[in-house]
Design a binder for this molecule. Structure first.
Ligand code: ADP
Ligand code: ZN
Length: 721
């Protein structure tokens, strides 16, 4: 190759042609540095450059400067990047950027300094120093990590470094990970588990595209079962990617992984330190990282030798990315498996309707685990009709839930109360003048968080102190909290049962892996009696002593009015119900609702999943919603309301006129103001046969937008705000 086309990592530039200096070794997929004006840019060699015409002059092209010393991106990965950009109407460069997401991996230092005890003693021993030295026995890491392990300030440790008690050591960033042993501890599988595991192992051995829906009730041991094909891939020297929806879940998973494989997997998520990212990225691209466990962004890493993808809790909404490239990691992982010619396992107790549909048409292979492992029974589910069982004024728990809580507390068993609302109260108002606290940047109320004494917007970063007086009328002591959040429910439990040890479990309290690990350890040690949590606690957790689940407001999710509201409510409640009675003791679930006759609620009460999915399928068919038709959303936004409105009206005027696609809008988006930008929305509903993306691209490309207007396209949207 003496000329190449580079995909430059800048969405506005796209691809550019360069020449290759003599003696430089590049191939398709090579990552290179090239000049651009006075700057240098990173690019990926996409293919050979434009075929030269008669007047083609190679000397007009600027030469590539250097090839980065990492393996070239593989053909399947490049095809995946193209497919993703095409399908989600995103720029190639934006997708490619997700692949190279670890800037440091491409250059930067190869060693880092860590610290450990030297064995010496300080001149002056203080209780703090003694405790720190005690805690750091056998530990090594950067000062910040050691400080958190020892529970002292970084200053204390720096003092010990100055005295030579803690010494620096130089470590290679790219040192290898400990190997996973596929035969470290082989659990005895049940007959059902064994049958499914064998089929999955076969799929791994076949090394061919095979989408599998692992549909197993909560507590059936899906993890233990899919660990078998993971082990097989390791034996065959291939890499495995396990996608998990939530970082808070990884801790639980890691413990089980280590028990099975004798070492920790390689982690990939947004809170990795840059040196860890570099180490992981490099090991993944060289094939030395065997099992990678990560959030959705791990899907775009440059695996050298991928043999299997597992998407755990595959129905989870958090696999959908709603900013930047708006993709759904569940769907893209199926495409990646296809390009890589490998199996992909979507595991869930409450699969997405789309996935079940694929299984029913035979596109996905269905593998089922119909019963709980070890003879544990699925919990009994009862409805509490809130129109009859009214909670006391200013309270949210009905008598049946209170009695059930009391019963568990007496028996020393655990309870879980679920309410999908962070904070103390979703709305605060002034009793005197009626002033409501609203976010100035978003069409949303500020949510009171008592634990942090703040009013916070859940859509932007805005946070303020709870004021002493009303900003409108100046009256003091006049603010009232309206409605419940988890913190308020926790208070209510505390007032009812002052002895109870209550823990609030939300992204505010379990936001990082350490805190999540601490929470799990406490729950397992029975140091918590009642957990009050949001959707974060609906999945993954396995607490054998937990025998009661109370759903505080099952109707909450149904009020959103979005397409998947019923499905999401069903999934959330079924998942949280699945946390009860996973050990030897049977579980009970109480669901508070004002609509005991709503089809979702009836299906939940009867444990009749099939009836729910059948009804939901029919209503989707009527609405020509997925999987029968398709949706896309287009959002135009601007800091200037008039500009956003004018741009969307003018875009509406040029809408394509086609039989196979309806365009609704423009209308102000439900979140009409978000992070200071005014938003207008089009919703597009298309037949399956329509070429949705191409139509949208042609429509949008032909239109000129003022510079202040941002255009976002969301294919298969989840959030309709
Ligand atoms: P699911 O993900 O299907 O809800 P889990 O994988 O969490 O279920 O399994 C439920 C519990 O049963 C876990 O504690 C798991 O370790 C245990 N378990 C499942 N299968 C086995 C097995 N074959 N041997 C031992 N323990 C098992
Ligand atoms: Zn806001």
């Amino acid at each position: 190759m003496n000329r190449v086309r580079l995909l430059v990592l800048n969405a506005a530039l796209g691809s550019l042609d360069y020449s290759v200096p003599a003696g430089m070794d590049v191939e398709a997929g090579s990552i290179v540095i090239a000049p651009l004006g006075p700057r240098k840019v990173t690019g990926i060699v996409w293919d050979e450059g434009r075929l030269p015409g008669a007047d083609f002059d190679l000397s007009k092209l600027r030469p590539i400067l250097e090839v980065v010393d990492v393996p070239p991106l593989s053909e399947p990965l490049r095809r995946l990047i193209e497919w993703t950009a095409d399908y989600y109407c995103a720029a190639l460069a934006s997708v490619a950027r997700m692949v190279l997401s670890s800037g440091g991996a491409l250059g930067g230092p190869t060693t880092t300094t860590e610290y450990r005890l030297s064995g010496g003693t300080p001149e002056r021993m203080t209780p703090q120093r003694a405790a720190a030295i005690d805690a750091l026995e056998g530990e090594q890491g950067i000062i910040r990590e050691l400080a958190s392990i020892a529970g002292v300030s970084e200053g204390v440790l720096r003092g010990l470094v100055n005295q030579g008690v803690i010494e620096p050591v130089t470590v290679a960033i790219d040192r290898p990970y400990p190997p996973a042993d596929p035969d470290f501890h082989q659990p005895a599988l049940s007959d059902d588990q064994l049958d499914v595991a064998k089929r999955m192992v076969k799929a791994v051995e076949a090394k061919a595209y095979a989408p599998i829906l692992l549909d197993g009730v909560t507590g059936s041991g899906k993890t233990e079962t899919y660990f078998e094909p993971v082990a097989e891939a390791i034996r065959l020297g291939r890499q495995v990617l396990v996608l998990l929806p939530e970082i808070a879940l990884t801790e639980n998973f890691l413990v089980r992984f280590e028990q099975r494989f004798g070492s920790a997997p390689v982690l990939w998520h947004s809170s990795l330190k840059s040196t860890e990212r570099r180490r992981a990225w490099r090991a993944i691209s060289q094939g030395t990282a065997q099992v990678i466990v990560g959030a959705r962004s791990a899907l775009f890493l440059p695996y050298a030798n991928l043999g299997l993808i597992v998407v755990d809790e595959a129905h989870e909404v958090s696999f959908k990315q709603d900013d930047g490239v708006r993709y759904n990691a569940r769907d893209v992982s199926v495409m990646r498996a296809r390009f890589e010619s490998i199996p992909v396992i979507l595991a869930s107790a409450t699969p997405a309707l789309e996935s079940l549909h694929m299984a029913s048409t035979g596109t996905y292979e269905l593998m089922e685990l119909p019963s709980r492992f070890g003879g544990a029974r699925l919990p009994d589910i009862k409805l509490v009709n809130l129109t009859e069982e009214k909670p006391a004024n200013g309270r949210w728990l009905s008598v049946p839930i209170i009695n059930a809580l009391e019963d568990r507390l007496t028996k020393g068993e655990q309870s879980l109360l679920f309410l999908n609302r962070r904070g103390y109260a979703p709305l605060t108002l002034c009793r005197n003048c009626g002033h409501r606290f609203q976010c100035p940047n978003c069409s949303a109320w500020l949510v009171e968080h008592r634990l942090s004494a703040r009013l916070a917007c859940h859509h932007c970063a805005l946070e303020t102190k709870v004021p002493d007086e009303c900003p409108d009328c100046g009256e003091s002591d006049c603010l009232v909290a309206c409605g419940p959040g988890v913190e308020r429910i926790a208070d209510e439990v505390g007032e009812l049962f002052p002895e109870a040890r209550v823990a609030v479990a939300t992204s505010d309290t379990l936001g990082n892996p350490e805190r999540a690990a601490e929470f799990i350890a406490q729950a397992e040690a029975k140091a918590i009696d009642v957990i009050v949590g949001t959707q974060l606690v609906t999945k993954g957790f396995h607490f054998p002593e937990l025998t009661l689940v109370g759903v505080v407001d099952a109707d909450l999710g149904l009020e959103g009015g979005d397409l998947r509201a019923a499905e999401r409510t069903y999934q959330q409640v079924a998942q949280v119900a699945g946390r009860a009675g996973r050990g030897a003791k049977p579980g009970e679930v109480l669901i508070q609702t004002r609509h005991p006759d709503a089809p979702v609620i009836v299906a939940l009460a009867n444990g009749d999943r099939d009836a729910f999915y059948a009804a939901e399928t029919e209503s989707r068919r009527d609405a020509s919603a997925p999987p029968f038709g398709r949706w896309a959303a287009i959002i135009l936004s601007s800091e200037d309301e008039k500009e956003a409105r004018a741009a969307s009206i003018s875009l509406g005027d040029t809408r394509p006129n086609r039989d196979d696609l309806y365009i609704l809008g423009p209308a102000p988006a439900p979140l009409a103001l978000l992070r200071g930008r005014y938003r207008y929305r089009f919703l597009v509903n298309a037949r399956r046969s329509a070429n949705l993306q191409q139509t949208l691209r042609e429509w949008l490309d032909a239109h000129h937008f003022p510079p202040g207007v941002r255009v976002g396209v969301d294919i298969d949207p989840y959030s309709f705000v």
